[in-house]
Design a protein around this ligand. Structure first.
Ligand code: SAM
Length: 357
C-alpha cells in the first residue's frame, strides 16, 4: 500500500473504517433509536445499488479503508444482501467485513452470508425477556433474536458480539444476565451507553447508565474487574471478569473517544458523513451517477475519471475533518435530545437508522 495511506484528517485520525447503511428501513421500533410512529423513508430509486456501493468501497479502500461494516436500518431487510457481501469480499483491501443486525432475519441467511465471505457479525440484544423485548422494540420476535446466536455458531462465525444499549429503568437490571447469555452462547457482550444521537428523540441524561455504573454493577456480582489494557480505535473499551470472561463498554456518552475515531458512514442513498453527529454530509451518489458516456468505451473512461474525482473529493474532505461530535456534546452544559422531531421529519439523513449505527 502507498505509504501515505491511510489518508489522515487534521487530528491525525486515519480513514480506516467505513459503515455502509444499506437501508434506512427497520423491522423494530427500539425506544432509543426509532421511537416515533412514522418516519420519512428514503425514496427507493435513490438507494445505491450493490454495484454502486462496491464501487464506492473500492474508492475508499484506495484511500486506506480496510474495515467495512454493513448496517442500517436493518441491513438484512435489503434483499439478497449476500450478493453485496460477495462483491465486497472480492476487494482484497477489505481486511475486516462485518455486519450489525438485530438478528431477526439472520438465521435464514447465516449460511449464505458466511459462504459469500462475511467475516464477523454483531447482533443487537438488549434484553433476555420476551415481554420486555416487546416493550422496548414494539415487535414480538424475541425468539428469533436469541436463535441468531446459535445460527451464527452453526454457520461457522467466530468473534460474534452481542451489543446491548442499557437504558435506565428499561433493562439496567439485566447487565449480569446478558454477560451470562454471552458466555453460554460464545458471544462477547458489549454494553453501549444510551446516546443522544439523531433519532433518539426520547433521550435524557437521566436514562443514561454510565460505564462506571455498569462496572460497579458487575463488580458487585463477579468481583474485581480489570481493564484488558489494549490500545485500539475500536469504540469499546474491553474488560476482564475474574474468570477471564471478556466484555466491552462503549462509553460514547460519558467518555467519548473522538480522538481515535477512524469511522465514517455512507447512507443508503450515498451521503457520506464523517461524524455520527454531523449535520452535513457529502453527496457521493450524485458523483457516482453523474457523467457516464454513451458507448461502453467512453462509459468506462468516464467512470475511471469519475472515480478519480470521487477519490479527490473524499480525500480532501477527510484531510479537512475536525469533527469531534460526541466530545462537543459531552462538553455542552444542557443536554437534551440532539435533534427535534420536526427537524428529523424535514431531513431523514439526520436519523440514526438512516445513517447507520
Ligand atoms: N438494525 C441493526 C441493529 O439493530 O443492530 C443495525 C443498525 S442499529 C442503528 C446499530 C446499533 O446502533 C445497534 O446496536 C443499536 O442498538 C445502536 N443504537 C441505536 N440507537 C442508539 C442510541 N440512541 N444509543 C446507543 N446506541 C444506539
Amino acid at each position: 500500500m502507498n505509504s501515505s495511506l491511510p489518508v489522515r484528517d487534521r487530528l491525525g485520525r486515519p480513514l480506516e473504517s467505513l459503515r455502509l447503511s444499506v437501508t434506512d428501513r427497520c423491522n423494530l421500533r427500539c425506544l432509543y433509536c426509532m421511537p416515533e410512529e412514522d418516519y420519512i423513508w428514503l425514496p427507493r430509486e435513490e438507494l445505491l445499488s450493490f454495484e454502486e456501493l462496491a464501487r464506492l468501497v473500492e474508492i475508499f479502500t484506495g484511500l486506506g479503508v480496510s474495515r467495512v461494516r454493513l448496517t442500517g436500518g436493518e441491513p438484512l431487510l435489503r434483499q439478497n444482501l449476500d450478493r453485496l457481501v460477495a462483491l465486497l469480499a472480492q476487494n482484497s483491501r477489505v481486511e475486516d467485513l462485518a455486519l450489525t443486525t438485530n438478528g431477526i432475519l439472520f438465521s435464514d441467511q447465516a449460511d449464505a452470508l458466511k459462504r459469500a465471505g462475511l467475516g464477523r457479525v454483531t447482533i443487537s440484544l438488549d434484553t433476555l425477556r420476551p415481554a420486555r423485548f416487546r416493550q422496548m422494540t414494539r415487535r414480538d420476535e424475541h425468539h428469533r433474536v436469541l436463535s441468531a446466536f446459535d445460527a451464527a455458531r452453526r454457520a461457522g462465525f467466530t468473534g460474534t458480539k452481542a451489543d446491548a444499549v442499557i437504558v435506565r429503568g428499561e433493562n439496567d437490571d439485566e447487565i449480569a444476565d446478558l454477560i451470562e447469555f454471552g458466555r453460554a452462547n460464545g458471544a462477547e457482550v458489549r454494553f453501549i451507553e444510551y446516546m443522544d444521537v439523531l433519532g433518539a428523540t426520547k433521550w435524557s441524561m437521566a436514562k443514561v447508565v454510565s460505564r462506571s455504573e455498569i462496572l460497579q454493577h458487575l463488580e458487585r456480582r463477579y468481583g474485581k474487574i480489570t481493564p484488558a489494557g489494549e490500545a485500539s480505535s475500536a469504540p469499546a473499551t474491553r474488560f476482564l471478569l475474574p474468570d477471564g470472561t471478556v466484555f466491552g463498554i462503549i462509553a460514547s456518552t460519558t467518555a467519548p473517544f473522538c480522538r481515535t475515531c477512524d469511522r465514517s458512514r455512507i447512507t443508503a442513498d450515498g451521503f457520506w458523513y464523517r461524524c455520527l453527529y454531523a449535520t452535513d454530509g457529502t453527496d457521493l451518489r450524485k458523483l457516482v451517477r453523474g457523467g457516464a458516456g454513451s458507448s461502453s468505451a467512453s462509459r468506462a473512461s468516464a467512470d475511471a475519471d469519475a472515480d478519480a474525482e470521487i477519490a479527490r473529493v473524499i480525500e480532501e474532505a477527510w484531510r479537512g475533518r475536525e469533527d469531534r461530535g460526541a466530545e462537543e456534546r459531552a462538553a455542552g452544559s444542557r443536554r437534551e435530545a440532539f435533534i427535534r422531531i420536526e427537524e428529523l421529519r424535514r431531513d431523514p439523513h439526520l436519523e440514526m437508522h438512516t445513517r447507520g449505527g
